[in-house]
Design a protein around this ligand. Structure first.
Ligand SMILES: [Fe+2]
Ligand SMILES: [Fe+2]
Length: 261
């Protein structure tokens, strides 16, 4: 998996990356290299073999994309008419479309597995609404955060597409094609945010700390995904252990005449 600097080099082909941006990207990559990053590929390999887990993940991604779309539209509304505002509004439209794509995939996988995830993801929308309500008007820091989030999505989708390429079965090509379509948009989002960060840092705006903070925050957030995957596999085991425990207690209680009427 490429680091952030390699990815930006490919995205900004022909555009000179300034020293400050290069330095910030190296530090941001180093700050997240040894944490949840190392689990991305194995997690994707596990997930693509379990449609019920994919169903849950797609439901969650659908809400995340919707939250991002709403945030982008709200922040764009605070800006004067500029190219950046237009780009953020276009970006918001893409994220609304991604929310619909993931929602459609979640429905399809739900029918396929005859399972319905009922997890309440309202907290994702609440978090973003809180962020917008407390936004301090610093759009340069917002773009740092956005770039870090897009980079995380890029990594997640790239590992999923690779894992699905090795997979046979009826749902794999459908998911792979949908993920590739979303990935194309995420490339564009990374490219334009990288372009702005490069320009700003070249002009002397100090954004390294903000970028590193963004990468760290999204990396920590990724542990929620790790935890959700562990929970998915643990739940039946815990339920069966609780069942055994209850049986054991019942037998013990019966032998002690405690449950007799
Ligand atoms: Fe997206
Ligand atoms: Fe995006």
């Amino acid at each position: 998996m490429e680091n952030a600097l390699e990815v930006v080099r490919q995205l900004l082909l022909g555009e000179c990356i300034c020293d400050a941006f290069e330095d910030a990207l190296v530090e941001a990559s180093a700050a997240t290299k040894c944490s949840s990053f190392v689990l991305r590929e194995p997690l994707a390999i596990v997930a693509v073999s379990h449609p019920a887990l994919l169903h849950r993940n797609c439901r969650r991604h659908s809400v995340s994309e919707l939250a991002t779309a709403k945030t982008l539209r709200a922040i764009a509304a605070t800006l004067k008419p500029t190219k950046l505002r237009d780009a953020l509004l276009k970006h918001a439209q893409d994220e609304y479309r991604h929310a619909r794509i993931f929602r459609g995939l979640a429905r399809y996988l739900g029918k396929l597995t005859e399972q319905t995830d009922v997890t309440d993801y309202q907290w994702i929308l609440d978090n973003d609404a809180y962020f917008v309500a407390h936004y301090n008007g610093d759009v340069t820091n917002f773009i740092c955060d956005l770039f870090a989030g897009e980079f995380r999505t890029y990594r997640f989708l790239t590992t999923y597409v690779a894992a699905l390429s090795d997979k046979t079965g009826n749902y794999a090509p459908k998911l792979r094609n949908a993920f590739i379509a979303v990935l194309d948009d995420e490339h564009r989002h990374l490219a334009y945010t990288a372009h702005y960060l490069n320009d700003w840092m070249r002009s002397g705006i100090q954004l390294k700390d903000s970028l590193v903070r963004g990468f760290r925050a999204y990396d920590q957030n990724s542990w929620i995904e790790v935890s959700a995957t562990a929970e998915f596999f643990c739940k039946p085991l815990v339920a069966s252990l609780v069942g055994h425990l209850a049986d054991g207690l019942h037998q013990e209680a019966t032998s002690m005449s405690l449950w007799r009427s």
